[in-house]
Write a protein that binds this ligand. Structure first.
Ligand code: SGN
Ligand code: CA
Length: 556
């Protein structure tokens, strides 16, 4: 009897435990989070050529960016965000249209943007959002769907820049990064008592070539020494011919005056040539635009740097020169980032002070990544990680869990649909991305993408990076360089994160290659890309190249 009672007690315990554990399993099942009912404001900050290697939320081996990091700390950091074509205007057109380049037509920096394309600010404006855009667009025409704009013509200048505005051109005295943020803050201040939700683009020119820091950063940054990347002296063995023939090597292809800030007079003295044919022009464009005061500060810092170089130059071999080039490049590039970061801080502080931060989504990104000496390079264009990946940080109070990291493969292609969904606006069915809202809300299970598509076009042209398209998964990257060569490259992203060895002919990867080629063909079909289209785009490009009657956007 006693035994029976004991057994019954035991059974009851098990039953209760069982119920409890069932219940806790149900409780553990993540609850699907919903968008807040109120339409948010959105501030989309984008810099030009800002490498994720130069944001301390990603890595602090080069610089601390405490203000940009605040967005990551209070929101989400994407560590695998990428672009569909690593070059300025095409990336911007993809962001604004939500389509791949072959669909919106802005495949390179050469032709102007097709203004008949619908951009997402136009859709937001119609849906009752207030819209504005300040900074760099680089379309060869003015933005559509923004009530107010102040846009740099073409690449714009660092000092005392000119802007195209709703009311014609203006020249603003000062440093471009500060000025673009002044415009952003002025607009916010003017509109702060209006309850209409807004979509505001604040797009920095910095840190684009020729990397000119603000006077307040010259001194500090020209005195710094930065850690060299492991692949600075890459000889491109193990890669295809595209890497070997590209013209973006720090030693061989950087300009003396425009890039390294060697004064034209000193170039002459040392017998250095304007190899690109536009080096001296670029120097004059930037340094020539300074006022007396700016030029005096400039000379007081860069003068001694040049004297030091003059003394060392005769003794320098290629290795030493490469090292000097790298340091000079980083000093200026990171000096530009210092201003970008300070200005992000100004914006975050302003929003906090005025309480506008509560219902405002803040995005920080770049139009693509950039090489900071990795593989011996500057510039971008390749599908290799440093240019393919781009920083992406998003803050949305009470929606995104602070300090979240996502390793999902998200793309600039997705931004339009994301922003539209966040604003409760239906996206047009011809947009080709996927809304990131599930990832922002934490509904991870709704995200199913396992591969992205990439296509770079601008060749032959500046920096000579061959045309290629590619499929990228978390594990592999398969690229086809299809013009003036016919070469395939495969990289094992897990085993070879620096992408030093093309394993396309390695028998161990034979099956992977077959599978990825199939998947790539499917992706091309799904997105409406094809060899016929590649040929048509190429023919148009080659025809326009030497035809002065075709309208093109100036490169510099
Ligand atoms: C300029 C730069 C190039 C750069 C392109 C495109 N040269 O031509 O180095 O690749 O812009 O940049 S420069 O010395 O004149 O600046 S992009 O960001 O606009 O795509
Ligand atoms: Ca760019």
């Amino acid at each position: 009897m006693r035994n029976r009672i004991a057994l019954l007690k035991l059974l009851t315990v098990f039953l209760v435990l069982g119920m409890v554990s069932c219940k806790s399993k149900e409780e553990q099942k993540p609850e699907k989070k919903e968008l807040p009912a109120k339409r948010p404001n959105i501030i989309f900050m984008m810099s030009d050529d800002h490498a994720y290697q130069a944001i301390s939320a990603y890595s602090n081996h080069l610089i601390e960016t405490p203000n940009i990091d605040r967005i990551a700390d209070e929101g989400i950091k994407f560590t695998n965000a990428c672009v569909s074509n690593s070059i300025c205007a095409p990336s911007r057109a993809t962001i604004l249209t939500g389509k791949h380049c072959h669909m919106h037509g802005k495949v390179d920096n050469v032709f102007p943007f097709d203004e008949s394309q619908t951009t997402f600010p136009q859709i937001m404006e119609k849906a009752g959002y207030k819209t504005a855009m300040f900074g760099k667009l680089h379309f060869g025409n003015n933005p559509k769907g923004v009530d107010e704009f102040k846009i740099l013509p073409g690449q714009g200048r660092y000092y005392n820049p000119i802007f195209n505005t709703n009311d014609g051109q203006i020249t603003v005295e000062g440093y471009v990064t500060d000025i673009i943020m002044d415009m952003t803050l002025e607009w916010l201040e003017e509109n702060k008592n209006d309850d209409t939700p807004f979509m505001l683009f604040s797009m920095q020119k910095a840190p684009h070539r020729e990397w000119l820091p603000a006077p307040r950063h010259f001194k500090e940054y020209t005195k710094k020494t930065f850690v060299e990347p492991e692949t600075l002296f890459d000889d491109y063995e193990g890669r295809g011919s595209a890497a070997k023939t590209a013209e973006m090597n720090l030693l061989k292809h950087m300009n003396w005056a425009g890039d390294a800030k060697i004064y034209p007079e000193l170039m002459k003295e040392l017998g250095l040539k304007d190899e690109s044919g536009w080096d001296l022009k670029a120097f004059k464009r930037e340094v020539g635009a300074m006022n007396e005061e700016q030029r005096a500060v400039w000379d007081s810092v860069y003068g001694p740097v040049m004297q030091e170089f003059k003394a060392k130059y005769p003794e320098m071999d290629d290795k030493a020169l490469m090292r000097w080039r790298y340091q000079r490049y980083m000093q200026d590039y990171l000096g530009c980032i210092a201003s970008v970061d300070e200005n992000v801080g100004r914006l975050l502080d302003y929003l906090k002070e005025t309480g506008q931060d509560e219902n405002t989504i803040i995005v920080y990104t770049s139009d693509q990544g950039f090489y900071l000496g990795e593989h011996g390079w500057f510039d971008k264009r390749f599908v290799y990680d440093e240019s393919f990946k781009t920083p992406l940080l998003v803050k949305w109070p009470n929606v995104i869990t602070p300090g979240t990291t996502s390793t999902e493969m998200v793309q600039n292609l997705d931004f339009a649909q994301t922003i539209l969904e966040a604003a409760h606006i239906e996206a047009p069915s011809d947009m080709q991305g996927e809304s990131l809202v599930p990832l922002l809300l934490g509904n991870q299970e709704e995200w199913t993408r396992d591969a992205v598509y990439y296509h770079y076009y601008e060749y032959p042209g500046i920096h000579m990076v061959k045309r290629h398209y590619a499929i990228i998964t978390q594990e592999y990257k398969l690229a086809h360089f299809y013009y003036d060569v016919d070469e395939w490259e495969l990289y094992d992203r897990k085993k070879d994160p620096q992408e030093m060895t093309n394993v396309i002919n390695d028998p161990d990867y034979a099956e992977v290659v077959v599978k990825l080629k199939e998947q790539l063909a499917d992706l091309r079909e799904q997105y409406g890309d094809s060899s016929e289209l590649d040929q048509e785009i190429l023919r148009k490009y080659l025809e326009a190249k030497d035809n002065p009657d075709v309208e093109t956007v100036p490169l510099h």
